[in-house]
Design a protein around this ligand. Sequence first.
Ligand SMILES: [Zn+2]
Length: 135
Amino acid sequence: MQVPRYWREQSERYKLVGSKCNNCGLRVFPRRSLCPDCRHESQGQMEEVRFEGTGELVTWTRVHEALSDRELETPYLMGIVELDEGPRVTAQIVDLDPEEVEIGMELESRFRKLGEASESGVVHYGYKFGPVVSD
Ligand SMILES: [Zn+2]
């Protein structure tokens, strides 16, 4: 059975689905049909992978401007998280006050609904990152 395109795209947003190149082993996010390193050599060798959603904060910034079509409270935090598997993801950082944020800290993805997707902004993606909650 064919999974409807809409649901495939939804699952990609919520579950951090990317690609792994079986030619060189590089993992990329979001999903790509060609490896950025191997290019045409990776044709047909890209495999879909799901990332765990944990990683390390590489850099972050405080955003003061509201995006017109979003309901984000300002200021909010945006960061780049390097996933344990390698790829870097730009996402909103949640559940942390700016004074609590440290570069290099462990974060994990939160699959919260973002409201209507924006066509323009990075917050378009349906995930955010927050501190690791231990069970
Ligand atoms: Zn490759």
